[in-house]
Each structure stands twice: as structure tokens, then as C-alpha cells.
Design a protein around this ligand. Structure first.
Ligand code: ATP
Length: 367
């Protein structure tokens, strides 16, 4: 017997929203499975906050449907008010009630009849703040305030928790700790969560699924490793992580470029851009190599080494921390990993399934 798929806790289907002449959302769709975390990731102004506001019921879409826990809360003839959607909200600036102590903040949305005191204690325990229950918000650090905000959102057992840039007001090391805490708390509480971020690392490290939004559209929804390794088109590839873009000539299932001949999975004829991650390029010192080391950016655990080919091509290769030949040293760069191929001009004789809205793309390996 195959196990039943977990239910969909939230479905956004074809959401569109304009503000005057500005299109904030354009036919955006995604599902969130119960008990999972989805990150809405995209550049500033791509419509992330608008999406959260529509889910919470703080704003209405021009078109589209929102289903929460199997009930339509937004549709052509339905618009359930925010207080009846059972959605928890966590904002960037925490938005705690300044005149209420921690436990009163967390218990704010709970009724006394439903065991408020016990639920407050349980939720404070979950976020590790039981000892600070009587503190006022101004007596807490930023990270503690954010944990109170999370506890307040989780206490009423919402159908979904929405977090808008929840870590952006915190410094880097605190942000990292809190990310891990928030992930653990969401997991332990079994909550379904959608969080908004423009920080790729945050999205890739925290979420089960990442929805990449660009210009009001959701272009790809996939697990983090798939978003990183198989972006569906140039727009997503250009946004996620760093790629070297290397021009080549597609001659079928092979692309001839400065790295040699690279085999790709789908035939392409014409000018092809190969997208190659720095970690897919292996660099070695070699007097007969294709170029010279120009500079390096050292990060401690690894580094990005910039190489200028004799052809003029410049690439960055990820190397270990002990690869230290000085600038000016001749080096060889070899492909050792996946590449993506996008046809710039020419034809892809066999169109790939699903590539109708994206430039033809193919995955390749060094020949
Ligand atoms: P950021 O990461 O900068 O917060 P975002 O991805 O959350 O951006 P939104 O805040 O959803 O983006 O905005 C999407 C687009 O809609 C932007 O162009 C924005 O200027 C516009 N917009 C959002 N709210 C309004 C409003 N109330 N009136 C007019 N335009 C708006």
C-alpha cells in the first residue's frame, strides 16, 4: 500500500494584483504541503509581500483563488475576513504590543476558556523563552523579540504561519542562530509556514520548497537543491547563486567553447550560453593552461579564483583554501560537473517538454 500524500495546507491559484499601473502579481500559483516550510524568494518588488497580504486577507486579489486547509478563503464569490482565516503573522519589525509582557503578547489571540495559560506556557517552552515570560518587549533583544512574535503567531495553532523577512533586522550571527531555532520550532510544532526573503542562502537553507518569484510571477517551485542545480530558465538561473556564462557553438548534442567540447543532453544548433557554477570548474597550475590567474576572493573555507583566458573569457572557479599560486600564474580550467545550456540564437531541433515558456535549456557534462 502506498502511503497517502500529505494534504495541501495552502493553495494559491492564479493570483493577480495590480496597484494602479503597477503589476504586483501576475498569475502566481503554488501549493504548500501541510507541515512544510515554503520560501517565497525573489528580488525587491517582485510581489512577495503582496502574496502574504493576500493569503492573510489584508488585501484582495484582482483574480485568483486561495484555499486554506481545504476551504476556499478567497475566490470569485468568497472573501473570508483575516480574523477568520486562522493565519499567523510574523513581521520583520516583530510588531509586539509594547505595553504587554511576553506572556500577554503570546496569549493575545487565545481565549481564556481554551486553556490559555497552558498554551502560552507550552509555546514559550517551544521557543525557549519560559524564563522571560514576565519581561516587557523593550527588555528583550531583537532575537528574543522575534521568538516572542513567532510564539504569538503559533499559539492559536494557525493553519499557516506567514513570516515576512523575519530575520532582516538581526545581525549576521544572530540571524543564523535564529534561523535554526525557527526551523526547529516550526518542525516541532508541525506548523505549515510561508516565509518571504530576498536572501537566497536563507531560502535555500531553511525551506523545504522554494518558490522563485520574479516580476510578479512564480517561475519555479522546487526543493532547494533542485532550484540550485536545475533552474528552469535564464531568469531563475541569473537570480540563484553565481554562474559563469560561457558562450559556445551548439552543433547538436555538443557545444564547442573555450572549455573544449561539452556534451549536452538535448541537441541545440546555434549560439549557446553554457551556465557553469564556479564549483563545476576545476583549476590547476599549468604552464600550458588556457589562461592566467587574475585575482582571488578568499573566504576561509574556500575561495573564488578569477582566471582570464587568452581568448578574453573570464571565469571564476571555486578552489580549496590551499590553492595559492599568485596572480599572473598560468592555469588550466577544466569542467568537472553539471552545466546548463540555453540557446541564445538558433534552433533546438527537439523541443523539450515544459520548456514552452522558458528558453530551451539542457543539462550537460564535459565530453
Ligand atoms: P520587497 O522585497 O522590497 O519588500 P516585495 O517582493 O515584497 O518587495 P511587494 O511589496 O509585494 O514586493 O510589491 C510588489 C510591487 O507592487 C512593487 O512594484 C510595489 O511598488 C507595488 N506595490 C505594493 N503595494 C503597493 C501599494 N499599496 N500601492 C502601490 N503599489 C504597491
Amino acid at each position: 500500500m502506498t502511503p497517502e500524500a500529505p494534504p495541501i495546507a495552502l493553495r494559491c491559484d492564479g493570483l493577480s494584483k495590480t496597484y494602479g499601473a503597477a503589476t504586483a502579481l501576475d498569475d502566481a500559483s503554488f501549493d504548500v504541503t501541510a507541515g512544510t516550510i515554503l520560501a517565497l524568494l525573489g528580488p525587491s518588488g517582485c510581489g512577495k509581500t503582496t502574496t502574504l497580504r493576500l493569503i492573510a486577507g489584508l488585501d484582495r486579489p484582482d483574480a485568483g483563488m486561495i484555499v486554506l486547509g481545504g476551504s476556499v478563503v478567497q475566490g470569485p464569490d468568497v472573501s473570508v475576513p483575516p480574523e477568520r482565516r486562522r493565519v499567523g503573522l510574523v513581521f520583520q519589525d516583530y510588531a509586539l504590543f509594547p505595553h504587554l509582557d511576553v506572556q500577554a503578547n503570546v496569549g493575545f489571540g487565545l481565549s481564556r476558556r481554551n486553556g490559555r495559560a497552558a498554551r502560552v506556557a507550552e509555546t514559550l517552552e517551544l521557543v525557549g523563552l519560559s524564563a522571560l515570560a514576565s519581561r516587557m518587549p523593550h527588555e528583550l533583544s531583537g532575537g528574543q523579540q522575534q521568538r516572542v512574535a513567532l510564539a504569538r503567531a503559533l499559539a492559536p495553532k494557525p493553519r499557516v504561519v506567514l513570516l515576512d523577512e523575519p530575520f532582516s533586522n538581526l545581525d549576521a550571527s544572530l540571524r543564523n542562530d535564529l534561523r535554526n531555532d525557527v526551523r526547529r520550532v516550526l518542525r516541532e510544532s508541525g506548523a505549515t509556514a510561508v516565509f518571504v526573503t530576498h536572501d537566497q542562502e536563507e531560502a535555500l537553507s531553511l525551506a523545504d520548497q522554494v518558490a522563485v518569484m520574479i516580476d510578479g510571477r512564480v517561475l519555479q517551485v522546487a526543493p532547494p537543491h533542485e532550484i540550485y542545480r536545475q533552474p528552469v530558465g535564464r531568469a531563475v538561473a541569473d537570480f540563484i547563486g553565481q554562474f559563469n556564462v560561457i558562450e559556445g557553438a551548439g552543433i547538436g548534442r555538443a557545444v564547442v567553447c573555450d572549455l573544449g567540447t561539452v556534451t549536452i543532453s538535448e541537441p541545440m544548433i546555434g549560439t549557446v550560453d553554457l551556465y557553469v557554477r564556479p564549483e563545476a570548474l576545476q583549476i590547476s597550475e599549468d604552464p600550458s593552461g588556457q589562461g592566467v590567474i587574475e585575482s582571488r576572493r578568499f573566504f576561509g573555507h574556500d575561495q573564488l579564483v578569477r582566471v582570464r583566458f587568452d581568448s578574453g573569457l573570464i571565469v571564476e572557479c571555486r578552489a580549496g583554501p590551499t590553492f595559492l599560486p599568485p596572480p599572473g600564474t598560468r592555469a588550466r580550467v577544466q569542467l568537472d560537473g553539471d552545466v546548463l545550456a540555453f540557446l541564445r540564437a538558433g534552433v533546438a531541433p527537439r523541443r523539450q517538454p515544459g520548456a514552452a515558456f522558458a528558453p530551451p535549456a539542457a543539462r550537460g557534462r564535459p565530453a
